[in-house]
Structure formats: structure tokens, C-alpha cells
Design a protein around this ligand. Structure first.
Ligand code: AMP
Length: 393
């Protein structure tokens, strides 16, 4: 069974075509600058990478090129071979607690929830429409990034603000990266051949979030009403005192939107280091003795440690702390900095075992109070699996 996994942004479209018998990726790629001058696409196929410069006026054009290429490269003989398409959706509000089949009602809801994810949800809806036009008989599924967090209890997802804000405007914690955290919960259970695991899942990428998982279900997560909340990130501040917003607005004569832009795009690693949002540049800066890079790393580590310690208490029994995503999978230095600060909880890193990148491994010592793992995330596969399971239901 061949299933296509789609992740669309406002000007991009990422895809992977899976052979679900082996769970191998047959072809993957990225369409960029859709609707913007200078469009291009990259395809990864048979160990080769092809890049083509071509204007992509809208998502429909990108989808048409994508499907034509699959046939031209003989990945598939005809479009009927694609038995399902799964779409990643950033926001499902508080309505969607799991992945569902695409219907007109679902598409309307995705558009309705655009208030919560103005950059992403409209693009998802446009992309679903484009796929439905060219593959009208192919079943499609949507996988919501917020769904996994819907098991958080009310006393944790509410903010202590006027209750009316929740009742009338749906102000509450929704979380994000749910597909990644759910993958980690399932995959770690499979790898360790153990059910009922209590896990602190640390998705540390350009965006980052920490999630407390009890027996496969989310108990709490660091992101909030939007993906702005929680730990410090590449360009996002994470949690800050909200009074900073009107204060700096007045000082700099800026609008709320401009300040939000500063907090979203000019903060985090980039804001503190004044150098880069990329953790590799920060690590290089640290080696060269750049004090702002050293400070940025320490602040990042502190913010992660704060959440891990909080969730350690919340879960009571923790079976695993799991690092994933760009930084979590690839930065032994950052993982070590984090685990060293958790020493008061009896958590200990095995420095040699920690010296790995991008592969599953246990990296704590045998006498560590909690086992620590690196586990590469695979949101695309999770989307394809959900799609297959729902279609087969
Ligand atoms: P993601 O959002 O998951 O793609 O992660 C992006 C972040 O991961 C960036 O800060 C990258 O610097 C970091 N990253 C990716 N690859 C590596 C690597 N090989 N070593 C260190 N950091 C990496």
C-alpha cells in the first residue's frame, strides 16, 4: 500500500511517499516559494537529489507537478497506486482529538480554526483542495498536531484569566508537535517492548516543546495557546512575563503585531546571541568563547530543565526522558548540559553512549534514576500510518 504524507505551509509543500509494507520512503521532496517569485522543488529519490527551478504560482500547480514527476520517474505507474493521502494540520481546535477522514465539514473546520494558526491552517485547506481536485477518488486523512494534547485535564489547559476568555474566545492551552510526541510514545514502547511507559518527551528543534506522557496519553505540554509558549527556541522567546509587551510597545512606538513579530522571529537563540537561530552556529560560537552564545545556550538549557523537573514531579514515576528533533537528536553537548543539571534527581548521563547523532540509543548510565534516550522522530511516518489505519478501518 502506497501512502502520501503531506506537510503544507503557506508557501511550501513537503511530501513523502511511503511503501507501507516496508515503511520505506519511495520518494520525498519539497516545493518552495509557492506563490512567490523564484519557485523551485527538490526531489530525493533512489539516493539522488534533483533540484528544479520552476515558477509555482499556487499549491495546485505544485501538486500537479508532484504527481506528474512520480509517474515520469516511474515511482508509480498510475495515480490509483496512491491509496491514501495524509495531511498534517497544525490546529484542530478543541474539536479534534484524533486523526479523521477528510470531509467538507473537516475542511471548513480547518478554515474556522485559522484564527489560532493564521499562517498554517489556510494553507492546509488550500492544499487539501488541490489534492482533492487531482485525486478525487483517493481517500484522504487529516492528522492534527493539537490532537495528542486533548487528554490534558482542564486544570492544566486553562489559564488563570477571566473565565469568559475561555468560554467565548476559546483561550486555553492547545500545545503543538503532538504528532512527534505521539510517535515518540509509540516508538519507545515498541523499542523497549514495554507498555504503560511514563515519558518526558523533549522535542528540541528550531521550535521546541516538552511533553509529559503517562501510559501513552499526554498529561501536559510546554507549548500553549500558540507554539510561542514554553521553552526558549531558535527565534521564539518561549514563556515571558506578558507585561513586557505593552512596556516595549511604548518604548519603541511599536504595535502589538510588531512586538509579536520580535518575540516570534527575533528572540530565542537569535535574540540573545545576536548571531544566529541555528544551534550549530551557537555551538561554534561557544567553542570560540563568544559570551552571548554561552549565555544563549545556558538560558536554553535552563528553560528545558525547568520543564523536565516540573514534569518529573507531575508524572511521579518517570521511565524515560527522550530527546528528539534537530537539536535533541544531533547535539550531544546540549543533551549533556541538560542532564548534568538534573543531577539532583539522580539522573546521570553516560558520556560515551551520549556521543551519537540521529539514532536510537540509551545514553544514561545503568545507575541513573531515569533512563535517557535519543530517538529520531518521524512525523511523516506517523501521518502515513494514521492514514493507512483510518482507510483500512
Ligand atoms: P528541526 O526544527 O527539528 O529541523 O531542528 C533544527 C535545529 O536542529 C537547528 O537549531 C539546528 O542547528 C539543529 N541541528 C540540526 N542538525 C544538527 C546537527 N547535526 N548538529 C547540531 N544541531 C543540529
Amino acid at each position: 500500500m502506497k501512502i502520501m504524507s503531506i506537510n503544507a505551509g503557506s508557501s511550501s509543500l513537503k511530501f513523502s511517499l511511503f511503501d507501507m509494507t516496508t515503511e520505506n520512503v519511495l520518494i520525498s521532496g519539497l516545493f518552495e516559494r509557492i506563490g512567490i517569485e523564484g519557485g523551485s522543488y527538490t526531489l530525493k529519490y533512489n539516493g539522488e537529489k534533483i533540484k528544479v527551478e520552476e515558477e509555482l504560482p499556487d499549491h495546485s500547480v505544485a501538486v500537479k507537478i508532484l504527481l506528474e514527476k512520480l509517474i515520469e520517474l516511474q515511482v508509480i505507474k498510475n495515480l490509483e497506486e496512491i491509496q491514501g493521502v495524509g495531511h498534517r494540520i497544525v490546529h484542530g481546535g478543541d474539536k479534534y482529538t484524533e486523526s479523521v477522514m477528510v470531509t467538507d465539514e473537516v475542511v471548513n473546520d480547518i478554515i474556522k480554526f485559522s484564527d489560532f494558526a493564521p499562517l498554517h491552517n489556510p494553507a492546509h485547506a488550500i492544499c487539501i483542495k488541490a489534492f482533492r481536485e487531482v485525486l478525487p477518488n483517493t481517500p484522504m486523512v487529516v492528522v492534527f498536531d493539537t490532537a495528542f494534547h486533548q487528554t490534558i485535564e482542564k486544570a492544566r489547559y486553562l489559564y488563570p484569566v477571566p473565565y469568559k476568555w475561555y468560554e467565548e474566545y476559546h483561550v486555553r492551552k492547545y500545545g503543538a508537535h503532538g504528532t512527534s510526541h505521539r510517535y515518540i510514545a509509540i516508538k519507545l514502547s515498541e523499542e523497549l517492548k514495554k507498555d504503560n511507559l511514563n515519558i518526558i518527551s523533549c522535542h528540541l528543534g528550531n521550535g521546541g516543546s516538552i511533553t509529559a506522557i503517562r501510559n501513552g496519553k499526554c498529561v501536559d505540554t510546554s507549548m500553549g495557546f500558540t507554539p510561542h509558549a514554553g521553552i526558549m527556541m531558535g527565534t521564539r522567546s518561549g514563556d515571558i512575563d506578558v507585561s513586557i509587551v505593552p512596556y516595549v510597545m511604548e518604548k519603541e512606538g511599536k504595535s502589538a503585531t510588531e512586538i509579536m513579530n520580535d518575540l516570534n522571529k527575533k528572540s530565542g537563540f537569535l535574540g540573545i546571541s545576536e548571531l544566529s537561530s541555528d544551534s550549530r552556529d551557537i555551538e561554534k560560537g561557544i567553542k570560540e568563547g563568544n559570551e552571548k552564545c554561552i549565555l544563549a545556550e545556558e538560558m536554553f538549557v535552563n528553560s528545558v530543565v525547568k520543564y523536565i523537573a516540573q514534569y518529573y514531579v507531575l508524572l511521579g514515576r518517570v521511565d524515560a526522558i527522550c530527546f528528539t528533533a534537530g537539536i535533541g537528536e544531533n547535539s550531544p553537548e546540549t543533551r549533556l548540559d541538560i542532564i548534568e543539571k538534573l543531577a539532583p534527581l539522580g539522573i546521570k548521563m553516560d558520556i560515551e553512549k551520549n556521543n551519537i547523532r540521529g539514532e536510537f540509543a540509551k545514553i544514561s548510565t545503568d545507575d541513573s534514576s531515569v533512563s535517557v534516550y535519543v530517538l529520531p522522530t518521524n512525523e511523516e511516518l506517523m501521518i502515513a500510518k494514521d492514514t493507512m489505519n483510518i482507510i483500512n478501518r
